[in-house]
Design a protein around this ligand. Structure first.
Ligand SMILES: Nc1ncnc2c1ncn2[C@@H]1O[C@H](COP(=O)(O)OP(=O)(O)O)[C@@H](O)[C@H]1O
Ligand SMILES: [Mg+2]
Length: 342
């Protein structure tokens, strides 16, 4: 228990929330899921990893919720409770000191939606909340030379959003965010299986199918898997076999939407910076960048080299960490509009 609390970096993602603690690094990395009483959302039963196991398996009176959708808070109180839980897990309980929190948010949020994210962090026990655009944090965290005049492009493919940004001289020159990411792919798989087989599968199964079979390009050797769900005609449990070609087709549309967002930014990038990107390549971060063939799809469609970040799901949190650990960097960023007070 100290008078001054350590600074925290919180990457509040639609799928996963990460907490970075000064001088310790990433100490929490768990799914953005809460299980609470359905009558009183403040009575939290489980959060994160513990809550994920219960997803789709809760009993009466208890519900599992993902409090964010497409980067936007859909359940404010639950988000606050979740952040409070993660903060306690990260730094313990202190009645004296409240930490200063650096929070990353997708560029697609409106001013009101962004304010709600900042408010949730403050309600969960932050002294001050500083907001950093997600692709900027991701670029910092993947070690890109963001302060060089040389332009670089980072594409963060998360659960609910994809953020594309061109960065040069310590700032975002142009950015674009679409509400498409890994979750849209899961939803596309659910729809496909409903349509083709009349079988309803849950979110968790859909994500497992994606991790197992999905690819952004057709696979040379086809893979198969058996899935379980509920028959929509008989309402009884049912299994069926699906293959990677079907899943490739099912998720093709969200993949094209991500490609479209990158094209949108490239078309509006000043020529000198576009030339830099042609030369340096596009950096992919976020969990969605792990989709097999995503890098090849982008590279072949745009004719630009594509590089995958080392720990794609950690980049934004590590970027917030860079800011927290490096006072000079914070001073430098404080003069730009990329760190704003919530
Ligand atoms: N190997 C993989 N292949 C395809 N998608 C993946 C893979 N690993 C993780 N994902 C997806 O990445 C998304 C989560 O990425 P993340 O960066 O944590 O999102 P967010 O920051 O929005 O919470 C999920 O939709 C998840 O299914
Ligand atoms: Mg993320």
């Amino acid at each position: 228990m100290g008078i001054i609390a350590s600074d925290l970096g919180i990457d509040l993602g639609t799928s996963n929330t990460l907490v970075y603690v000064k001088r310790k690094g990433i100490v929490v990395s768990e799914p953005t899921i809460v299980v609470a009483d359905s009558t009183n959302e403040r009575t939290v039963r489980a959060v994160g990893d513990d809550a994920r196991i219960m997803l789709g398996r809760t009993t009466e009176g208890v519900m599992a919720v993902r409090p964010l959708r497409e980067g936007v808070i859909t359940d404010f109180d639950t988000t606050v409770e979740m952040l409070r839980y993660f903060r306690k897990k990260a730094i313990g309980v202190s009645y004296l000191a409240k930490p200063r929190v650096f929070l990353s948010y997708p560029c697609s949020l409106s001013a009101i939606e962004r304010r709600a994210v900042g408010e949730a962090a403050r309600h969960s026990g932050a002294r001050k909340v500083l907001m950093v655009e997600k692709p900027f944090a991701a670029a910092l965290g993947s070690g890109l030379p963001v302060f060089d005049p040389n332009g670089c492009m980072v594409v963060d493919i998360g659960g609910g959003t994809t953020d594309v940004a061109v960065i040069s001289l310590g700032g975002i020159v142009i950015s674009h965010s679409v509400r498409v990411g890994g979750t849209k792919m899961d939803e596309a798989i659910i729809e496909f299986i409903k349509r083709e087989f009349n079988i309803l599968i849950g979110d968790r199964t859909a994500e497992e199918v994606k991790l197992d079979l999905a690819a952004a390009l057709p696979l040379r050797s086809e893979r198969r898997a058996r899935i379980r769900g509920r028959d929509m005609v008989t309402n009884l449990p049912q299994t069926t076999e699906i293959n990677s070609t079907q899943i490739y087709e099912a998720i093709h549309e969200p993949c094209l939407a991500i490609l479209g967002a990158i094209k949108w930014v490239l078309e509006r990038t000043p020529p000198e910076l576009a030339a830099d990107i042609m030369h340096n390549g596009i950096y992919l971060t976020g969990g969605g960048s792990l989709l097999y063939g995503m890098d090849q799809l982008i590279a072949s469609e745009l004719g630009i080299p594509v590089l995958l970040a080392k720990e794609p799901m950690d980049c934004s949190a590590l970027g917030l960490g860079n800011i927290i650990e490096n006072y000079d960097l914070l001073q430098q960023l404080g003069r730009t509009s990329f760190v704003t007070q919530a």
